[in-house]
Design a protein around this ligand. Structure first.
Ligand SMILES: [Zn+2]
Length: 409
């Protein structure tokens, strides 16, 4: 049991980390900062987690909450991942860890007020009362001011964790009172290693998924584990390559909407089932066991959250497809400019090289712009088909797009 692991002496092994931090691929600096704080007697009472989508802001906040509440005695081992506190934080049922997320454009001021009222209470079972606010950038100024007051006069044993894309997304008054944790886009290699070590996935497949997802950990995991998801992504990135005539552009828009709808449905199904398994486990129930009446409100709450999220899933998946298309045209541009950068779609290098030869770099830049415009319009609730058709028209070959006279070279 206690035999030393056979690691060659010349190989540097990172210090063993508590399991709660395992999902934070390529975020060593943040992990060190947070695990030190969790081991301390008095962690700072307000934190701001920032980083681009997919870097794991809310995962980092949850891991920190696990480490703060973990029942293990040794401060350096907190975040064990298997004690009751760690399990319930992960499943979202810990009595002293409240996660506030919104499906709306902004938080309602009442949601923030309710939270602050709760923050006045002492912890019921854990060491701290933890409040995680996802999308803290979605607070109105009024809501921000209410929160500010709570952060300025912190009740004892309360820890606030706010998440936002960048420090500039929250008001300076809030920002200046928080300790900041900056997450970065992890290296492709770090994401691939995580998938191999944590999920036991095949190294080649893990590397493909890490690249194709552009280092989005959740997306990479899904791509590596789900063949259907991989094949849907392949159809998305092949769509522009097939646009030869105006009718193809119209068909492409339609197909893109269909494929993303399928992907959204399938992804929601997998994720919902996994969350349900985690919840039941944290409640001490087997998967097929009947949920006793007194625990049913936990299941109900999860189901409500899932329903709200499913509504947003189609939009999010379409946005992901736009990121895939941007990556595709960046690859084309890299080939046209002769840089030796690794491609997002390394597996399509030959196909993309011949596509790259048939167009100019200027045209590729226009296509990247067209994808960004479509993405913005989709976010602004323009009907998807309309936004995507306009985008797909820019994928037409030069000879059709060009309005120049036919004798022009
Ligand atoms: Zn624990």
């Amino acid at each position: 049991m206690t035999a030393p692991s056979p690691v060659p002496a010349d190989q540097t092994t990172p210090a063993a980390l508590a399991p709660a931090w395992a999902d934070l691929a390529g975020q060593q600096a943040a992990v060190e900062q947070l695990s030190r704080a969790a081991a301390a007697d008095r962690p700072t009472h307000a934190w701001l987690f920032t980083g681009p989508p997919g870097s794991g802001r809310s995962n980092a906040a949850r891991a920190f909450a696990q480490a703060l509440q973990c029942e293990v005695e040794d401060p350096d081992r907190r975040g064990c991942g298997s004690c009751h506190a760690c399990l319930t934080v992960a499943a979202g049922t810990h009595a002293d860890v409240k996660v506030l997320a919104t499906e709306n454009v902004t938080y309602k001021i009442d949601e923030v007020r309710d939270l602050i009222a709760l923050a006045q209470d002492r912890p019921t079972s854990g060491r701290w009362r933890v409040f995680i606010m996802e999308d803290a950038d979605r607070m109105t100024e009024r809501a921000t001011n209410v929160l500010l007051k709570a952060i300025e006069e912190p009740p004892e044993r309360t820890v606030w964790m706010l998440c936002a894309p960048s420090p500039a997304d929250v008001l300076v008054t809030i920002r200046s009172r928080c300790r900041q944790v900056g997450l970065r886009i992890p290296a492709v290699r770090a994401v691939a290693d995580l998938l191999v070590e944590r999920d036991g996935l095949d190294p080649d497949l893990a590397l493909f998924a890490a690249r194709a997802s552009q280092s989005h950990v959740g997306m990479a995991r899904r791509l590596a584990r789900d063949e259907g998801s991989r094949s849907r992504r392949e159809s998305v990135v092949h769509l522009p390559l097939r646009v030869k005539a105006t009718s193809d552009a119209v068909a492409m828009a339609k197909e893109l909407v269909e494929v993303t709808q399928q992907e959204a449905a399938s992804s929601a199904e997998v994720r919902n089932a996994e969350e349900r398994r985690n919840l039941l486990r944290s409640l001490g129930l087997a998967e097929d066991e009947k949920v006793p009446a007194k625990l049913r409100h936990h299941v109900k709450r999860l189901e409500d959250a899932q329903t709200a999220r499913n509504k947003r899933a189609v939009h999010d998946t379409l946005d992901r497809a736009m990121i895939d298309l941007t990556g595709l045209f960046r690859d084309v541009l890299a080939l046209q400019l002769g840089t030796d950068a690794e491609l997002v779609n390394e597996h399509l290098r030959d196909e993309l090289a011949s596509y790259a030869r048939a167009a100019s770099p200027e045209r590729t830049v226009e296509r990247i712009d067209a994808v960004s415009t479509a993405r913005r319009r989709l976010a602004g609730n323009v009907p998807p088909l309309l936004a995507l058709e306009a985008m797909a028209t820019s994928f037409l070959p030069d000879r059709i797009l060009d309005r120049r006279p036919p004798d022009h070279p």
